[in-house]
Design a binder for this molecule. Structure first.
Ligand code: AR6
Length: 172
């Protein structure tokens, strides 16, 4: 399974995977962070499509086309805002990964790139979020042979270091 997971440092808008995942908000109308970068790179057609979707609850995922991005699809998922850990944040974040894979599977996506959902503006503790990302991905890949390449695109060294550390703990 480990040969199907890659951890890299970079900008997710450059990824040539079938799909990239966006850490969106419930409006799906764009924002800062990775969401802003994805909307800028995809062009205005993206928000025109997300406007028609009409929002997305926390933990769920919705797909659009990638427009000017190299990726064919954008899977928009809404991570939880960290509120101390007793507001179901762990489960909601796990749902983001599960539901993103579920949407990807329906689209026939084989290669997919994820950002570190909820760990920016939404302030989810990085190592805790990384463990959830890798554990949920491990579970999906165990039962699902369709996904050939899952890439975690780390924006900066701090995120990269966390993924490399937690990867060893989860998959040793
Ligand atoms: N490629 C990959 N990762 C990136 C990029 C990029 N181009 N840019 C930033 N990141 P955040 P959240 C990383 O704040 O915490 C938005 O306003 C970033 O360094 O983008 O889920 C939405 O509209 C961090 O590691 O998402 C929501 O309102 C990670 O992406 C809210 O922020 C996630 O940080 C969502 O907050």
């Amino acid at each position: 399974m480990e040969d199907r997971i890659r951890i890299i440092e970079g900008d997710i808008t450059k990824e040539e995977t079938d799909a990239i995942v966006n850490a969106a908000n419930t409006t799906l109308l764009g924002g800062g962070g990775v969401d802003g970068a994805i909307h800028r790179a995809a062009g205005p057609e993206l928000v025109a499509e997300t406007r028609k979707i009409g929002g997305c609850p926390t933990g769920e995922a919705r797909a659009t086309r990638g427009y000017r991005l190299p990726a064919k699809w954008v899977i928009h998922t809404v991570g939880p805002v960290w509120a101390g850990g007793n507001r179901n944040e762990d489960n909601l974040l796990a749902n983001c990964y599960r539901n993103s894979f579920k949407v990807a599977r329906k689209l026939g996506v084989k290669t997919i790139a994820f950002p570190s959902i909820s760990t920016g503006v939404y302030m989810f503790p990085l190592e805790r979020a990384t463990r959830i990302a890798l554990e949920e991905t491990g579970k999906v890949l165990q039962s699902d042979r369709e996904f050939t390449d899952v890439i975690f695109v780390c924006f900066g060294e701090k995120v990269l270091n966390a993924y490399q550390k937690i990867y060893k703990e989860v998959f040793h």
